[in-house]
Design a binder for this molecule. Structure first.
Ligand code: SF4
Length: 379
């Protein structure tokens, strides 16, 4: 398949691995964070770590929208379905995120006492709008999660719902922003004070950057002196990005480079950006799992579209809930710990029995490591 097969070529991978090994200076360490769960997945699936020299270390970042969704937000979705009787539409991974009281959306759908939540898995935001049109006597809520990539489709359906004058459709908006999370990590005590998370640069997400462009990352190069390479999600994309980061470090350059030139430009998709700006505005703060309250890191629906905002239509309030004490997701999402540091990894917590969000999504670090990498430590 074009744009896939040629980026999985084993011979080219060996050549890139040799170049990284040749150019990485033996006397120093290189620590790069792959922000996005898609990169984490590719690194685990294709064994990229095994192709790197020991002094080049990859650190998983918080760029998995399912993983960073805090329990309190899942509780709100369950409350909408159980107590307000809405049809709650959501993407598949979200239904398995552990929530309060031992619940999840999936368990609420199976039944709590004599109540059964009407949860529908959808493949797109547009599916949720269609469900609202097909069920005019029911309130339909779309549980909207994701980074900048999935925000424009949510904006589209809100505008369509307004045009159609739908009275039974709204959105529980949990869209979050990539640059705010990167800034939060760079400001964290582990990076700034303790040095326990050494960071020499970032691999930036390709899909997010098709929307926002490469320009927003320039701040991190200029203000924090951290190189960024925006990369695609195939193994050769990731390896090429690592090589580009090694070269920047060696040459003492601090730049934003774009490996994913096949789809990312400096300015991004202006049409999509304008659409998002028309429908959404910044939240003053938003809780992220692992990162805590992050200022201006998420979007809310503008007052002009309040009729389609589930937080305005229903009497909902957000309540912060602590993670399961045994779960290390928070530390893993900050790059402080790795999946195998968690005592219940692969025993009590598996993809079939997830105790934390990082084991739910295939892009979560724990799920990726469980699926592809857990045997390496044993061997
Ligand atoms: S293995 Fe499970 S419990 Fe442990 S950090 Fe990962 S998701 Fe949380």
């Amino acid at each position: 398949m074009k744009y896939v097969d040629e980026f999985r070529d084993g011979q080219l991978a060996k050549g890139l691995a040799a170049a990284i090994a040749r150019e990485a200076t033996p006397s120093r360490n290189y620590s790069f964070m792959e922000f996005c769960g898609g990169h984490t997945h590719a690194i685990s699936r294709y064994g990229v770590t095994d192709l790197l020299p020991d002094n080049v270390r990859m650190i998983h970042g918080p760029g998995c929208p399912v993983c960073v969704l805090p329990i309190g937000r899942v509780d709100m979705a369950i409350e909408l379905a159980l107590e307000h009787g809405v049809i709650l539409c959501t993407y598949a991974d979200t239904v398995r995120i552990p929530a309060s009281k031992g619940l999840s959306l999936l368990k609420a759908k199976a039944g709590v006492g004599d109540q059964r939540a009407d949860i529908r898995m959808v493949y797109s935001a547009a599916d949720a709008l269609t469900l609202a049109q097909q069920n005019p006597d029911r309130q339909v809520v779309f549980f909207a999660i994701g980074f900048e990539t999935t925000t424009p489709p949510t904006a589209v359906i809100i505008k369509q719902a307004q045009t159609l004058n739908l009275k039974n459709f709204s959105v529980l908006c949990c869209h979050v922003l990539t640059p705010s999370a990167i800034a939060n990590i760079l400001e964290s005590p582990e990076v700034r004070q303790y040095g326990t998370v050494p960071l020499d640069g970032f691999i930036g997400p390709a899909h997010v950057s098709t929307i926002i462009g490469s320009r927003p990352y320039e701040f991190f190069a200029e203000e924090y002196r951290k190189p960024v390479v925006i990369a695609g999600f195939e193994p050769l994309d990731v390896m090429q990005a690592i090589l580009m980061l090694v070269r920047q470090v060696n040459e003492d350059r601090v730049e934003v480079e774009n490996e994913f030139t096949r789809a990312v430009s400096r300015d991004g998709n202006l049409k999509a950006q304008n659409l998002v700006a028309e429908v959404f505005e910044l939240r003053r703060e938003f809780e992220w799992r692992g990162l805590g309250l992050v200022p201006y890191s998420a979007l809310k629906i503008r007052d002009q579209f309040a009729a389609f905002d589930a937080e305005q239509r229903f009497p909902l309030s957000y309540r912060a809930v602590a993670d399961n004490k045994a779960c290390e997701c928070g530390a893993i999402l900050r790059g402080v710990k790795r999946p195998w540091d968690c005592k219940v990894f692969g025993t009590a917590c598996t993809p079939e029995t997830p105790m934390g969000s990082c084991m739910v999504s295939s892009e979560g670090a724990c799920a990726a490591h469980y699926t592809y990498g857990r045997y390496r430590e044993v061997a």
